[in-house]
Ligand binder design. Structure first.
Ligand code: ATP
Length: 325
């Protein structure tokens, strides 16, 4: 469905260096209208620099950026139909919430009544109805982040750029905001380009993910494609956990959730014997570390019965779950 949609942002052969550092090295990317696209990668992989070039805060060394078909590569930020939400919120501390949200509309010369209607609506959209007269200092971190979102949404940009917007929140709030943000994006239908180094966040929220490494896109695809069919060792290690083991003389990769562990039963057409070395409780799951006969180790999170450290065990899986990179 997405493939046939309109392209809102088109990036062609984009490069950018800072001194000797090649931050972005030949990026091509089409982002579809109404899509939630995440730029995911380790620190220093170039994702923020790409976002800043879309916003117009950085100039590319070469290559082009098109917004709605227009080449905006040389335009200043305020002439681009995009808004950015930063991790540090960047709210005006002396203004109340509603004035913060209205600010962009005021600069555009929109008259007072319309400003108020649109700002109140944006406040409703981020579930902060009634908070308009508070100062930013009187809000929690999550509420401040919502104000920053409302302030961007009120301008009705065709593209919203989000630079690690949930990075400063604690884990629980962060997980809640991930779901809310995704819901909000569906509601408003604006194209979101979201930067994060958190793979779980990317898998949870995105329609598609561009995985970055060393200034390049390593893989572009839906969360499921990226997770189930990683195209390189880098992607398989960065997104999710992978066991790398040798079986029948062949090196294969298998995710821990597809490996069963038992004292004798096998589930699937592949199996290996080993010893349970450790069982690590991590809340929702327990990670079973198995030492295999060939000296390799493997993690399973699928026990078929209670097991104790030191037990002889058999691990098994279906070969269709293996992948090579
Ligand atoms: P992070 O998650 O840490 O923000 P990132 O993937 O967003 O990482 P970028 O911020 O795009 O990475 O940085 C890519 C590379 O360019 C890094 O090596 C960084 O140090 C360098 N870099 C980015 N901005 C500048 C700058 N203004 N001056 C010099 N070097 C920079």
């Amino acid at each position: 469905m997405l493939e046939s949609g309109d392209v809102t942002v088109s990036i062609r052969n984009l490069t950018k260096s800072f001194g000797k550092v090649q931050a972005v090295n030949g990026v091509d990317l089409d982002i579809y209208s109404g899509e939630f696209l995440t730029l995911l990668g380790p620190s220093g992989s170039g994702k923020t620099t790409v976002l800043r070039m879309i916003a117009g805060f950085e100039k590319p060394d070469s290559g082009s950026i098109y917004l709605g078909g227009e080449d905006v590569s040389q335009l200043p930020p305020y002439e681009r139909d995009v808004n950015t939400v930063f991790q540090d919120y960047a709210l005006f501390p002396h203004m109340d919430v509603l004035s913060n949200i209205e600010y962009g509309l005021r600069v555009q010369g929109i008259e007072k009544t319309e400003r108020k209607v649109r700002s109140e609506k944006a406040l409703d959209q981020v579930r902060l109805t009634g908070y308009g007269d508070r100062k930013p200092a009187q809000l929690s971190g999550g509420q401040r982040q919502r104000v920053a979102l409302a302030r961007a949404l009120v301008n009705r940009p065709s593209v919203l750029l989000l630079d690690e917007p949930l990075g400063a929140l604690d884990l629980k709030l962060r997980e809640q905001m991930q779901l809310e943000l995704k819901e909000l994006q569906r509601e408003v239908g604006i194209t979101f380009v979201f930067v994060t180094h958190d793979q779980e966040e990317a898998l949870t929220m995105s329609d598609r993910i561009a995985v970055f490494d060393q200034g390049r896109i390593e893989q572009l695809g839906t969360p499921r494609e990226i997770y189930e069919n990683p195209k390189s060792a880098f992607v398989s290690e960065f997104v999710g956990q992978t066991n790398k083991i040798t079986i029948e003389g062949k090196k294969i990769n298998i995710r821990p959730e597809f490996v069963s562990i038992s004292s004798s039963a096998t589930l699937g057409d592949k199996s290996l014997e080993g010893v349970l070395r450790d069982a690590i409780f991590v809340g929702a799951t327990t990670r079973y570390l198995v030492g295999l006969e060939n000296g390799e180790a493997l993690i399973s999170i699928k026990p078929t019965e209670p097991l104790s450290v030191g037990d002889s065990v058999v691990v098994s899986w279906e070969s269709k779950r293996e992948f090579l990179v």
